[in-house]
Design a protein around this ligand. Structure first.
Ligand code: GSF
Length: 203
């Protein structure tokens, strides 16, 4: 198996953390989809990372499909519950976290455009998604140890990757002060080797 992605993508990091937490050996090949020499479209017609390339050369995308597949093929350290409602709640957390990351990536991309081409309303709309998403995460987490209660699971991984991406791209965002419980969760996650070893590089 080979994971293809960038070192900064929160979605790629989510898969790398799952691989580490489940002790799955997997080659990692860096391919940044924005570069002219990217091979990503040959593996994912949507041109997005992560892509998981299986031993039979078939490819798996997107990150939610990849992590669900990885969790199902290796029974140790289950990260997604089997029962309907707990499973839905974990996937809802993942959807919330991925949505915050999506909005943050959209703002990052928009800000790369020439200033006169940037759409201020579009940026404001995405920032609203980020702020409401963080508030909802904080409300749902409350004073629990982990997102869904007393067990670490995919919900925590997805939230940690989204928070890490905000720290990378928007260090000026004061979510740590606004949501101390999210900061506590983030610190707990960063004490795990799976997160320590996948911190996105600032460059
Ligand atoms: C999102 C992946 C994505 O947007 C998933 O895997 O969960 N729903 C997908 N990846 C970005 C890089 S990043 O912002 O994380 C990507 O590959 N963008 C290239 C493009 O052409 O949009």
């Amino acid at each position: 198996m080979k994971l293809v992605g960038s070192l900064t993508s929160p979605f790629v990091r989510k898969v790398r953390v799952v691989l580490a937490e489940k002790h799955i050996d997997c080659e990692f090949e860096v391919d940044i989809p924005w570069t002219s020499e990217t091979r990503v479209p040959e593996m994912n017609p949507l041109g997005k990372v992560p892509v998981l390339v299986l031993d039979d050369c078939s490819t798996v995308f997107d990150s939610r499909v990849i992590v669900e597949y990885l969790d199902s093929i290796v029974p140790v350290n289950r990260l997604i519950p089997q029962d309907s409602r707990p499973r839905m709640l974990v996937k809802r957390w993942e959807s919330l976290a991925d949505g915050v990351a999506d909005a943050a990536a959209a703002v990052f991309l928009e800000r790369k455009r020439a200033p006169e081409k940037q759409d201020a309303d579009w940026i404001l709309r995405q920032e609203g998604k980020i702020m409401r998403g963080l508030e909802h995460m904080a409300e749902e987490l409350g004073d629990k140890t982990w997102c869904t209660g007393d067990h670490f699971c995919l919900a925590d991984i997805a939230v940690g990757c989204a928070l890490g991406y905000l720290q990378l791209r928007f260090p000026e965002l004061k979510w740590v002060e606004a949501h101390p419980n999210l900061a506590r969760l983030n610190e707990a996650l960063l004490s795990r080797s799976s997160f320590k070893e996948t911190v996105p590089p600032a460059a």
